[in-house]
Design a protein around this ligand. Structure first.
Ligand SMILES: [Zn+2]
Length: 340
C-alpha cells in the first residue's frame, strides 16, 4: 500500500508540473484528492489493514496529501501571477498613441449671424427683445394696419392655428407688444423664427429668420432712419459699403422703402453676381411707423414718431458666406456646417 501511495504522489506531482492553466489544475486536484480521487480511494481501503500497519500507512497518506496540496498551491499561485502579467501587458497604455478626440460642436452659421447683427445694434444703443412665435391674428396683422383683404392674411399664405391664433408671419408683432408695454422712448431689435406657407426653393423656406428694429420717440425723422441703416450696413460689411433707398409699400410704415446695398463681391464695381449693377437688391425693408400703428398701441402720433426696419437673417448669412441655397442652412448636414 505504501508503494501505491508513493506512485500516486509521483503521478500527481508529475501531472501538476506539466500544467499550464488553472482549469487543468483543478481537474488534477479532483483526480487525486477529490471524493472519488485516487488518494481517497486508497484511504478507503485502509480498513482492511492490520492495527499495526494502519497508523504507518495513515502517516504516509497524510504526507502524500500534504505534498500534493502544497504543489497544487504553489502551481496555482505561479499560474495566477503569470496570468496577471499577461493581462497587464495586454492592457498596457501606450501614452505616446494619439488620443480619441471628442467632437465638440460649434455655433450654427445662422446663430453666429444673428448674434453678430444683435451686437452691431447693441453697440448702437438698441435693446434686444424677444417675442413669441405663436401670435394673435390681431398683433400679426390688424394692429400693424394690415387691411382685411391683404393677400398675406390668406389661408394659403399663413399657418393658422385657430381663427385668432397663428404662427407669426414676421417679427413685426414684437413691435406691437413693445409699444403697448413701453410706449416711448423705444429703441429695440428683435430676431427670431417666422413662418409662411412658401414653396421650398433655393431662396424660400416655410420657416425663416427675421430681425426687426423699432425706434419711437419725439422728433424721429426719416434722416434718423437712413443714418441708422447706413451705419448698420457699414458696421456689418465694411465702411466702403453704400446704401440705396427705393420707395416701396408696407401697410405698417409710411413712407416705406426697400434698401439695396453695394454688391459684396465687387463692392459696387459691377460683376456677374450683381448683373453688373454693383448693387445687392432688397437686403432690407424699412419705413416711418404708420400713425395708425402708433394709435393702435396708445401712442399719440401728433407727439411721437418712429421708424422700423426688417431684414432676413438667413439672407444676410447667405450673402455673407456665399451660400446659394437656403435649404443648406436647415438640413443639418455636418459636411456643410463644418465649413463655418
Ligand atoms: Zn457685384
Amino acid at each position: 500500500m505504501k508503494e501505491m501511495l508513493k506512485t500516486i504522489e509521483q503521478n500527481a506531482l508529475q501531472s501538476i508540473r506539466n500544467i499550464s492553466d488553472l482549469e487543468q489544475l483543478e481537474k488534477i486536484r479532483v483526480q487525486f484528492l477529490g471524493k472519488k480521487g485516487e488518494l481517497t480511494q486508497v484511504l478507503r481501503g485502509m480498513g482492511k489493514l492490520s492495527k499495526e500497519e494502519r497508523p504507518i500507512v495513515g502517516q504516509v497518506a497524510n504526507e502524500v496529501r500534504e505534498k500534493i496540496e502544497k504543489e497544487l498551491e504553489k502551481t496555482k499561485n505561479a499560474l495566477k501571477t503569470a496570468q496577471k502579467d499577461i493581462k497587464l501587458k495586454k492592457e498596457r497604455i501606450d501614452i505616446s498613441m494619439p488620443g480619441n478626440k471628442k467632437v465638440i460642436g460649434h455655433r450654427h452659421p445662422l446663430l453666429t449671424v444673428k448674434e453678430e447683427l444683435e451686437t452691431v445694434f447693441m453697440n448702437m444703443g438698441f435693446d434686444v427683445v424677444e417675442g413669441p412665435e405663436i401670435e394673435t391674428v390681431y398683433n400679426n396683422f390688424d394692429a400693424l394696419n394690415s387691411p382685411e383683404n391683404h393677400p398675406s392674411r390668406d389661408l394659403s399664405d399663413t399657418f393658422y392655428i385657430t381663427e385668432q391664433i397663428l404662427l407669426r408671419t414676421h417679427t413685426s408683432p414684437v413691435q406691437i407688444r413693445v409699444m403697448k408695454q413701453i410706449q416711448s422712448p423705444i429703441k429695440i431689435v428683435s430676431a427670431g423664427r417666422t413662418f409662411r406657407f412658401d414653396e421650398v426653393d433655393d431662396t424660400h423656406s416655410p420657416m425663416f429668420h427675421q430681425l426687426e428694429g423699432l425706434v419711437v420717440d419725439k422728433n424721429i425723422t426719416i434722416a434718423n432712419l437712413k443714418h441708422t441703416i447706413d451705419m448698420f450696413i457699414k458696421e456689418l460689411f465694411g465702411s466702403d459699403m453704400k446704401t440705396r433707398f427705393r420707395p416701396h409699400y408696407f401697410p405698417f410704415t409710411e413712407p416705406s422703402a426697400e434698401v439695396d446695398v453695394s454688391c459684396l463681391k465687387c463692392r459696387g464695381e459691377g460683376c456677374d453676381c450683381c448683373h453688373k449693377t454693383g448693387w445687392d437688391m432688397e437686403l432690407l425693408g424699412c419705413g416711418m411707423v404708420h400713425p395708425r400703428v402708433l394709435e393702435n398701441c396708445g401712442i399719440d402720433p401728433e407727439v411721437y414718431s418712429g421708424f422700423a426696419f426688417g431684414l432676413g437673417v438667413d439672407r444676410i448669412a447667405m450673402v455673407k458666406y456665399g451660400i446659394n441655397n437656403i435649404r443648406l442652412l436647415f438640413e443639418n448636414d455636418m459636411r456643410f456646417l463644418n465649413q463655418f
